[in-house]
Design a protein around this ligand. Structure first.
Ligand code: FEO
Length: 161
């Protein structure tokens, strides 16, 4: 086995966090979909798929490294939102939390001098820059639009061409 029990357990926990993010983004997408904001819904359905992909990356790494995959219980997600801004804020907060989780995993891998795990985690370090940046953009654009969310739809259609 190329990783310690401690890294194995931490990576299993991260699988849970990524799947939790995926479920949360489906719930946010559904909220926008029900409001006929199809552009925003599409962004979050896609993001939900990406989060599942992140979980799968950890899972595949554990298998390759001779670890043991144990999918943890996934907490319930928030299904109701006071506003589009509240939903976008929740997503932004989730990405900041995820960045901190990834940083903690890197800290652990460095402490254990596990270069294979460190190298694997670099992809997530880079990914979090993109994830936080796009969550910030979504939040900013929604805030600027105020109550006219159709301008957000138009912006997203243009920006995501
Ligand atoms: Fe898996 Fe959005 O971080």
């Amino acid at each position: 086995m190329l990783i310690s029990d401690k890294i194995n357990a931490a990576f299993n926990a991260q699988i849970g966090h990524e799947l939790g993010n995926s479920n949360q983004y489906v719930a946010i997408a559904v909220y926008f979909d029900a409001e006929s904001l199809k552009g925003l819904a599409k962004i979050f359905y896609k993001q939900a798929e990406e989060e599942r992909g992140h979980a799968m990356k950890f899972l595949e790494f554990l298998i390759d490294a001779g670890g043991k995959v144990e999918i943890p219980a996934i907490p319930a997600v928030q299904n109701a939102f006071a506003s589009a801004e509240a939903a976008a804020q929740l997503a932004f907060d989730a990405e900041i939390r995820t960045t901190n989780q990834i940083n903690d995993l890197v800290t652990l891998a460095i402490a254990e001098k596990n270069y294979i795990a460190q190298n694997f985690l670099q992809w997530f370090v880079n990914e979090q820059l993109e994830e936080v940046s796009s969550a910030q953009t979504n939040l900013d654009v929604i805030k600027k639009a105020g109550s006219n969310l159709l301008t957000v739809e138009a912006y997203m259609a243009h920006a995501n061409k």
